[in-house]
Design a protein around this ligand. Sequence first.
Ligand code: FMN
Length: 266
Amino acid sequence: MFTETPSQAWSLRYGDQASSLPDLGRFLNHRTVRQYSNEPIPEEVIAGLVAAAQSAATSSNLQLYSMVSVQEPEARKQIAVMCSDQKQIHTCSWFFAFVADHFRLAKAAKEAGQNPAGLDYLEFFTMAAIDAALAAERMVCAAESLGIASCYIGALRNDPVGVRDLLGLPSQTYGLFGLCLGYPAEDAKAEIKPRLKQPAIWFREKYDENPDIAEYNARMKEFYESQGMSGDVDWSMRSGRRVDGNHMSGRDSMLDYVREQGFLKR
Ligand SMILES: Cc1cc2nc3c(=O)[nH]c(=O)nc-3n(C[C@H](O)[C@H](O)[C@H](O)COP(=O)(O)O)c2cc1C
């Protein structure tokens, strides 16, 4: 499954041909998959994927994140419901919650006679979020190299209190996002999604305030139509609605919650 060559994947991403490409293996083939087969991912494979996640770089080796797998059927059902009841959370072989975690380091530091007051700063919250994302994406890349598919779940933040209580998360932790892992279903619909062309993302020396978005909107219109979605609402419009402040799915009080959990005091 998902056997595009790097140059085929490049064309699907950018709508043009790569002049020359290194052998990137599967690195350009990523797509989110939401339909999985019933084949379980063995625990030893998952242990390998966790090792891949932990092999990611981590700021000052602080490792300010944790992962909580949710396999027990009733708990999985509950967490799925908290995450907008998305079907892929029910059906994936493994579900992980990625957690920003200051608790472990604060405890270790105190036990070593240190005062971990710096963790109060936004800086260390940012660090935890970056560390968690890097670990998760390394896990996803490793999974994809084994033919295992994934779907991140930002909806984990829809009900932070529910997630905290279900997973027993202490203070100084915050459930950032979920990750579904599973072998893709035979008939999984998951295309490589076009991205902005490189000059709209990769700026050389100075930021460009006027990248070519119209070009991307035209390609995304075609993509949406190929997926049976309306091409009338282009990427700018669709994405603009996503950030209009009226589609927060319960995440509008996140700042209060995160502070309640002991983060972002300064
Ligand atoms: C942090 C994060 C949270 C996401 N949350 C969800 C989610 O809750 N549900 C979902 O179906 N997809 C979710 N996605 C998947 C994105 O919609 C998807 O990555 C994006 O549309 C690009 O598609 P692609 O991954 O197939 O290239 C999330 C992705 C990321 C990185």
